[in-house]
Every structure is written in C-alpha cells, then in structure tokens.
Design a protein around this ligand. Structure first.
Ligand SMILES: [Zn+2]
Length: 254
C-alpha cells in the first residue's frame, strides 16, 4: 500500500505537499490538528497515513479532508483516513452528488486505454490501473458542502473557490493566512500525459467541460495567492495571475 518513506515539500509553515502516484495531496496543520487537501488514489492510502505521521501527527488528528473533486486519484485514500479518524469530508456544493456517485464525470475506460498508443501513455495507464486496484467503483457517503465564502471550520481555515469545468463541482481551496491556493485539477504544473512542465491545463480527455476549465482558469487570476499547490505537478511560488496567464498561453491541448 505504498507505505514507507514519503517525500514532503514544505510550502508554508503549516503546509506540506506530498506526491503519491502521479498526484498530490497536502497536509495542513494547526496545533495538533490536521486538515488534508485531497487524499491520493485508493492504493496511496498507506502513503497518506505515512505523510501524516511524517509531520508528527497521528491519523486520529485529522479533522477534515477537503476534496477538490471526486475523481479516484484525489479521493481514494479518504475511506482509510476516515476509518482512523472519523473526520469530516468537505467539497464544493455541486461536487457532493458526484462524491456520492449520484452521477459520474470521469474519463471513460475506452479513452483511458487509448493512451497506451505512446510509451509514456502506456506507462501512465499501468500506474493508474495499479493505483486504483479493485476500487474503481468506490463512492463516499456523508460528504458535506463547503460554506460559500466563509472558511471551512477546520485547520488552515481554507476558503472554497468554485472552479467548475474539470468536474461540475470542482473546487479549489485558498488558505488566506499563507497565500496558498490548492488548485486541484483546475490548474496543474505537470502530468505524465503533458509534454512540458509548467502552469497549464490538463489534457482535454480529463475534463467534463473544457470551456468551463478555461473560464474558471481566468477567474483564478483574481485570487490573492502566491503559492500554487496543484493536483498534479510541482508546487510553484509566483503571483497566481502570472501562473494563470502562463497556462492560458499554452496551446499544447485544449
Ligand atoms: Zn487528478
């Protein structure tokens, strides 16, 4: 289950970013207590637990998981964390039904397998299938909607930023006290299927609504942040508006 050493990147006093199977999550601390932002693939669950312990906290210290969107690479570790902590799970108001699997907005198996045409794609498909394991049908229960513009009552006091497109209820989270934006898959800095690193959108096959991705990206220009923690790729320190402009200029894919 991917236990053992985990690589943590500290982007603020109380924020550590962790990379699992081609995907990031973050450990936000406030005193003893922990908020997780996303939780990796199902088979990253052991690494999620190890990352909590690596910052000197216990799994039972987790108060909440903030979920950017209900894809398997972001919500997979949640049941394991919840069983150890009884934590709340909070996502955007329009993403709750997706997390409960009242609807499904996910890349189809056919389009996934089509990626095996290139060596990099084939490697990524293999890693993805392994990381999902037998949990492809997983769903969450009892997920809460983030409050509109007020902070989520959990360590870090993060504020939900609606960023529909990648999924209907995709939600980024801003940590005002440290200027960190957790952008999920609304804005990334790399992915095994991307040709180049740097701020950009994910390839179109992943998006439920590609036009929505573009307009949500434009809206992120106005968010007061200077540290970007994306769902995929490395964290970057720069004014968010500059990163957004960089991503909008990329025309690798749409
Ligand atoms: Zn993702």
């Amino acid at each position: 289950m991917g236990r053992g050493t985990v690589q943590l990147t500290r982007v603020a006093d109380d924020v550590h970013v962790v990379t699992g199977t081609n995907v990031n999550w973050a450990v936000v601390t406030e005193g003893r207590e922990v908020t997780l932002v996303d939780a990796g693939y199902p088979l990253d669950a052991g690494a999620v637990i190890a990352s909590i312990e690596a910052v000197g906290r216990r799994p039972s210290d987790v108060v909440a998981v903030l979920l950017t969107h209900a894809h398997l690479d972001h919500m997979g570790g949640i049941p394991h964390v919840q069983s150890r902590s009884g934590c709340r799970v909070v996502t955007g108001a329009d993403e709750v039904a997706h997390a409960h699997r009242e609807r499904l907005e996910q890349v189809s198996v056919r389009r996934l397998l089509a990626q095996t045409r290139t060596p990099a794609g084939a490697r990524w498909v293999g890693q993805t299938l392994r990381a999902v394991g037998p949990h492809v049908g997983m769903r969450l229960a009892g997920v809460e909607a983030a409050p509109g513009e007020s902070p989520v009552d959990a360590p870090g006091r993060l504020v939900a930023v609606e960023t529909p497109g990648h999924t209907t209820g995709h939600t980024a989270f801003l940590m005002p006290s440290s200027g960190v934006l957790f952008s999920g898959d609304a804005l990334v800095t790399g992915h095994p299927l991307c040709r180049h690193d740097g701020p950009q959108r994910l390839p179109g096959i992943f998006h439920h609504d590609a036009d929505g991705v573009r307009s949500s990206l434009r809206d992120l220009r106005d968010v007061p942040a200077d540290v970007l923690v994306p769902g995929h790729g490395v964290p970057v320190r720069a004014p968010l508006a500059d990163l957004v402009d960089g991503a909008l200029e990329r025309t690798d894919h749409r």
